[in-house]
Design a binder for this molecule. Structure first.
Ligand SMILES: Cc1ncc(COP(=O)(O)O)c(C=O)c1O
Length: 374
């Protein structure tokens, strides 16, 4: 089989500033710094960290968060969990999503034979599928009940509904309740920080209420899982939450920094891009368009450019910049370092990370489960 990374192998050992563009770079020193900072915060607040890996989908990076002290990994898709298990990362894999249909049930059962897996349910139909698969494949499944804490995505609608589903799980052979989860994703970018704290606490209180309700009926609820990078400092302090799923902070994009006001983490993920056209004094065109980086939730940040470079219009393969003052001297061929607006949807546009240390490409990491969406 041909090597998809072959065109890039000659980049290993080269300084970043010499690389042809566009290129997705991951600075390993900054990643390690971000992981160390996260671990310190988790220890200080007495919470477990089961970081979401959907943003990078790469066992090499997941291995580093586990080595630093994470209790497991969160995945958005079964295929991501399978990729982690194939790489030998078999402990505490949470698929924070509903897994549906006989094909996936068979895969899930297979995965539970070699890895410790938890899946998320929010309906008796999920439970029925798991029970049938447990019978058919001789598996035992571990589940979290997802509660809608205001995002209006998946999740049972109330603590009472969570209790009813938990009582059904208690009666279901082959299925065990590990706890509950909710995601406060609708509150990450509230601009007023007092309001953000108040509303996130209100949302997470629902998880606390649910946990107490379950326990009052004799149903243990050891895991109460929530949290994203955009809510980290708030969710970390909520007493009901036992563990957090925040994951993207190890890469740290412009959305977390500028819209969610997350502080203390370094921009480890960048795109190197070249100015390819200078059609007017105040306009430059770069070779990093929407097929190279995602900008929907936040404008990208320019790290090594004069502050008078402003991101203007993206198109598929180009992006237009507005230049003022000294930036108007930037010539065709000049290279810029850009922090993507949203890392999650940027990484999956690429086949690999150029992993950089001290300004030099050290390795290429394939984006293991990019495009594996089942
Ligand atoms: C269920 C769930 N948990 C947590 C997160 C937060 O992940 P991150 O910290 O990588 O933004 C997300 C983001 O979409 C999510 O869907």
């Amino acid at each position: 089989m041909s090597d998809p990374l072959a065109p890039y192998r000659h980049d290993v050992g080269r300084p970043v500033h010499e690389l042809d563009t566009p290129v997705l770079c991951l600075d390993l020193e900054l990643v390690e710094q971000n992981i160390a900072r996260a671990i310190e915060l988790f220890r200080r607040h007495g919470k477990h960290w089961r970081p979401h890996t959907k943003g990078y989908k790469t066992p090499q990076l997941a291995r580093r968060v586990l080595a630093a002290g994470a209790v497991g990994l969160t995945c958005a898709k079964l295929a991501e969990a399978e990729a982690m298990a194939r790489a030998g990362l078999t402990g505490g894999l949470l698929v924070a999503n509903q897994v549906v249909g006989p094909e996936k049930m068979e895969r899930l059962a297979r995965l539970t034979r070699c890895a410790e897996v938890i899946v998320t349910i929010d309906h008796p139909d999920h439970l029925a599928m798991l029970q049938q698969a447990a019978r058919q494949h001789g598996a035992v499944f571990s589940v979290l009940i997802e509660l809608d804490i205001g995002m209006a995505r998946a999740g049972v609608p109330s603590p009472q509904a969570a209790l009813e589903l938990a009582q059904q799980v208690e009666q279901a052979p082959g299925v065990q309740l590990a706890g509950i989860m909710g995601y406060e994703g609708h509150l990450l970018d509230l601009p007023d920080l007092d309001e953000k704290r108040r509303r996130i606490y209100q949302a997470l209180d629902l998880l606390g209420e649910t946990c107490e309700l379950l326990q009052s009926k004799g149903i243990p609820c050891p895991i109460v899982s929530a949290g994203g990078s955009g809510s980290l400092p708030i969710t970390l302090t909520h007493p009901a939450v036992t563990e957090l799923q925040a994951g993207g902070l190890v890469m740290m994009d412009a959305y977390y920094a500028c819209k969610c006001h997350l502080e203390g983490f370094a921009h480890a993920l960048t795109v190197r891009t070249t100015i390819t056209s200078r059609p007017a004094a105040d306009r430059a065109v770069i070779d990093a368009g929407l097929k190279t980086m995602h900008v929907a939730y936040a404008d990208p940040l320019f790290l090594d450019a004069p502050p008078v470079v402003r991101f203007d219009t993206p198109s598929a393969e180009h992006a237009t910049l507005r230049l003022e003052g000294e930036a108007q001297h930037l010539p065709i061929g000049h290279r810029l370092t850009v922090v993507p607006g949203y890392s999650d949807l940027t990484t999956v546009l690429h086949n690999q990370f150029h992993v950089v240390r001290n300004g030099v490409v050290e390795q290429l990491w394939p984006l293991e489960s990019r495009g594996h969406l089942r």
